[in-house]
Structure formats: structure tokens, C-alpha cells
Design a protein around this ligand. Structure first.
Ligand SMILES: Cc1cc2nc3c(=O)[nH]c(=O)nc-3n(C[C@H](O)[C@H](O)[C@H](O)COP(=O)(O)OP(=O)(O)OC[C@H]3O[C@@H](n4cnc5c(N)ncnc54)[C@H](O)[C@@H]3O)c2cc1C
Length: 439
């Protein structure tokens, strides 16, 4: 009997009967064959930073955390072969030493590279795809225990493998298309919400990586205007960085979240006070340092991807809905953008320029009514849930929202015909594996 497993927010807790931590592809094959011999289904975990039940299993859980590091790198082409369990933190530093980088990242760097790709983890930027878009090839151990290499020679399999929700098999290695290392010039700028929303198209197009936060019950938005730069890094002095990133963004913010948790009716005045505390700040950091932040205050999260043209309207509707119901929301709403994704069938940005809206609720607070209300709004925009975040979707509602849905299901059925790599969550959001008739 193995130990209880908990995700980052502590919401998901489960105890798999078997837990395997292979260190080589050969050991992964053994673990898969052993699970098959026990007639057990398998889920693979990364660093457990998903909020949804995506990793949950009471059967066999496999972690490839011991399979970490860069295997091979070609600096001239930027192609880098990595082990699937490598954390984005370690990968970014290893790439930097080679003069390379991943072109776009999300706001934390503790995920495993395979786990981040599997859910379509993204950053922001109208000209940039999500992390999975950089995957050029993948080595996967299938349910039959075969080791297969998937690359452009089978483009449908590759489009399925990039964002797979862990349903095709155990990813053991990935080849990533990297770019020359770069710096980011980042300006954090508080502006009134109305101004940010009315300029959303120009701001998204005008900066390489534009995003903003809005604070419910206040008139504040905090813009992050981020551009790529060839200038040498000019980071904040260490004490100022600590004050800004840890003291203000986490400790002081954590205290306001705690106060709001204890006295929900104090949330609106707290939000107004917090809004006044933001001031402009500029820094020029290595790309991976600028993209990632420290997240010490635990929360649960739901995020939707909608067609970008509806972004301002959708944010306004979410803000109005919070006020109307008086939901005790003491976390900012995060708004980002991304280019249309042609690389993966199940990317939340598949086939359309995308706006992302994420909502949060402090750990231990009732997130359901608020998140359900946001999900209802997003349904009106053909919203696609972040696979790693909370949602209540079902396959029949989601299928029409992805142009490559049935292509994904065909690859899934051919690689895992018995649904060995499925769980209740994947059966809910993707449906069970449907056998493909032989022609
Ligand atoms: C504080 C915080 C901030 C976040 N910020 C962002 C953000 O900025 N942008 C964003 O898009 N998301 C964000 N997320 C969500 C997070 O990036 C995703 O949920 C991501 O998938 C988590 O990666 P992980 O390594 O923890 O994988 P897990 O959560 O452990 O697993 C995620 C999926 O990957 C699969 N998987 C993992 N490893 C393998 C493997 N070797 N083979 C096959 N399948 C595998 C699992 O089966 C599962 O389906 C954030 C989450 C947190 C907690």
C-alpha cells in the first residue's frame, strides 16, 4: 500500500494501490507491464501542480521524477532532448548554460516539462504558443509496454501527444525546439480597469507578452507589459526583489487573503486598500526569471480559454457577476492571450487566437458557486477549460469546441485501446476510449 498523494492546493487527495518511480525507460516498461498483469489502470504524475482530478487514481501511479536532465542538445538548431521528469526550473537553467531558452513560459516553473505540456500549460503573448508547441518528438511507453518514438513523420500522433492529458502512455523523453537565450524587459503598471479593457487589443498586440490582473471590488488593473530584449539583464537588487516578490506578492498578500477568509464582508474594503498599494516597477531579467513568480499563498483555480475578441466583454461579465452575487473573492483575476495553436488537437488555443481568464479562491474557501458561475459565462463563448484546472465539463459539451477532437480520439484509441491510461476525470472530459473500426 502506498502513501496518500496530495496536489499542490491540497484539494485532491488519493491513495494509489501501487506507486512506481522508475529511473529508466526500461523500468517504465516493467512498471507498465506489471500494472497490466494486475489488471490495473495507470496514471502518470508530474509535480502534482494540477488543480483538477486529472492525476487521481486508486490503482497504479507512476512518477518519472527520477528521470530528469538534458540528454542531448544541438545549439545551432535549438533542438534539445530532455527526460520527461525534468522540472522547468532545472530545464531553464540547463538551457541557459547552453545559450538557449524556451520561448514562452507560465507564471511558475516548478512543473515537470512532460506534465506542463500534457495540459497545454501556457504563458501569455499574442505571437507565442504554449509550452507543448515546442515539442518536436516524444518517446512514449504505451499500454502494451512498447517504446515508441513519435515525431513529424506521423503528424497526427504528434498533435495528439503534445497535449495528451497523460492518456496515450508514459512520456519518458521529449525533444524541444528551443530559441537563443533572451531577456525580458518588464514593466508592472497599475491602471484603471476601464482603460485596460478599452485598450486590450492594442496592448495585446503592442507587447510581446502582455497580461493583466484585475482585483474584484476595486477599480484597479495591474498590467504587465513585457518585451523581449537583447540588452544585458538588469535585475532588481536582491533585497528589493525579495521585498517585491516575496514580502508584497506573498506575505502581505497572504495576510489580506487570511483577513478576507476570516471576515468575508471586509473583502471589498481590503481590495480597495490593496489596489492603492501597487506602484509601477521595471526590471530586465533573464527570460525564465521574468516569466516565473513565487506562489506561497495556496489557492484553487479555474481557467478558461475563449476566442480573444470576447476577452474584454467576458472579464466585465465576470466582474459584474462577482458584485451581483457578493462572492467573497479576494484573489485577482488573471488575463492573458495566446496565438492560435495548430500544433495540438487538444490545446486550449487550438485553431483560434485565444484570451485566457483565470479565477482563484483561497485554499479552504468555498470555490464552487463562484467557479460554476464563471464556467457558465465561459460556456457562452465556447470556452475551453485548462485541463489541469477545476472544471465540470463533459466530453459531449467539449467535443464541438475542438476542431481536432475526433483526430485525437483516433490516436488515443490506437495507442491505448483498453483505456489503461484513463481515470474518472479523463472519462468525463474526453469520454471513454472508443474502439476505431478496422477498415
Ligand atoms: C501555483 C500554480 C501556478 C500555475 N500557473 C500556470 C500558468 O501560468 N499557466 C498554465 O497554463 N498553467 C498553470 N498552472 C497549471 C499547471 O501548469 C498544470 O496543471 C501542469 O500540468 C502541472 O504540471 P505538473 O508537472 O505538476 O503535472 P501534474 O499536475 O502532476 O500532471 C498533469 C498532467 O500531466 C500528465 N503527465 C505528467 N507527467 C507525464 C508523463 N511523464 N507522461 C505522461 N503524462 C504525464 C499527468 O498524467 C496529468 O495528466 C499552475 C498551477 C499552479 C499550482
Amino acid at each position: 500500500m502506498s502513501k496518500q498523494v496530495r496536489n499542490w492546493s491540497g484539494l485532491q487527495r488519493f491513495t494509489p494501490q501501487h506507486f512506481e518511480e522508475p529511473a529508466t525507460t526500461g523500468q517504465v516498461v516493467k512498471a507498465v507491464n506489471a500494472a497490466r498483469a494486475r489488471s490495473q489502470r495507470i496514471r502518470v504524475r508530474g509535480n502534482l501542480h494540477s488543480f483538477s482530478e486529472i492525476v487521481r487514481t486508486e490503482e497504479t501511479l507512476i512518477s518519472v521524477a527520477a528521470m530528469s536532465g538534458v540528454i542531448d542538445a544541438d545549439r545551432s538548431s535549438g533542438l534539445v532532448r530532455v527526460r520527461a521528469g525534468t522540472s522547468i526550473y532545472n530545464l531553464s537553467r540547463a538551457l541557459d548554460a547552453l545559450g538557449l531558452a524556451i520561448p514562452n513560459l507560465g507564471d511558475i516553473d516548478v512543473q515537470s516539462i512532460a506534465g506542463a505540456a500534457a495540459t497545454g500549460t501556457h504563458g501569455t503573448g499574442l505571437h507565442y504558443g504554449n509550452i507543448s508547441a515546442q515539442v518536436m518528438a516524444a518517446q512514449i511507453v504505451t499500454a502494451a509496454g512498447d517504446v515508441v518514438e513519435i515525431d513529424e513523420s506521423d503528424s497526427n500522433a504528434l498533435k495528439a501527444a503534445r497535449v495528451s492529458l497523460g492518456t496515450l502512455g508514459v512520456v519518458t523523453e521529449l525533444t524541444l525546439q528551443c530559441v537563443p537565450a533572451f531577456r525580458l524587459d518588464r514593466l508592472d503598471l497599475p491602471r484603471p480597469i476601464g482603460e485596460t479593457l478599452s485598450q486590450i487589443d492594442d496592448l495585446s498586440a503592442g507587447f510581446d507578452h502582455f497580461e493583466f490582473y484585475v482585483l474584484p471590488y476595486s477599480d484597479l488593473s495591474l498590467q504587465k507589459r513585457i518585451d523581449r530584449s537583447d540588452a544585458p539583464a538588469k535585475p532588481l537588487p536582491p533585497m528589493k526583489k525579495f521585498f517585491s516578490d516575496v514580502v508584497i506578492e506573498n506575505i502581505a498578500f497572504g495576510a489580506t487573503v487570511k483577513a478576507g477568509k476570516l471576515v468575508p464582508r471586509a473583502i471589498p474594503p481590503i481590495a480597495k486598500g490593496l489596489a492603492k498599494a501597487f506602484s509601477p516597477e521595471r526590471r530586465l531579467d533573464k527570460s525564465f526569471d521574468a516569466f516565473s513568480t513565487v506562489r506561497m499563498v495556496r489557492f484553487n483555480e479555474l481557467e478558461y480559454a475563449i476566442p480573444r475578441e470576447h476577452l474584454a466583454e467576458a472579464v466585465e461579465r465576470v466582474m459584474a457577476m462577482i458584485q451581483e452575487h457578493g462572492y467573497p473573492v479576494n484573489f485577482p483575476i488573471e488575463v492573458r492571450v495566446g496565438r492560435a495553436d495548430e500544433e495540438s488537437f487538444l490545446s486550449t488555443a487550438a485553431g483560434r487566437e485565444t484570451g485566457y481568464i483565470s479565477v482563484h479562491m483561497a485554499k479552504g474557501m468555498d470555490y464552487e458557486p463562484y467557479f460554476h458561475a464563471v464556467e457558465t459565462i465561459m460556456d457562452g463563448y465556447e470556452g475551453r477549460p485548462h485541463w489541469g484546472k477545476m472544471n465540470w465539463q463533459t466530453a459531449d459539451k467539449l467535443a464541438p469546441r475542438y476542431p481536432g477532437w475526433s483526430d485525437f480520439q483516433t490516436v488515443r484509441a490506437s495507442m491505448d485501446p483498453q483505456g489503461v491510461f484513463s481515470n474518472d476525470y479523463t472519462n468525463r472530459v474526453l469520454g471513454p476510449v472508443v474502439a476505431v473500426p478496422h477498415t
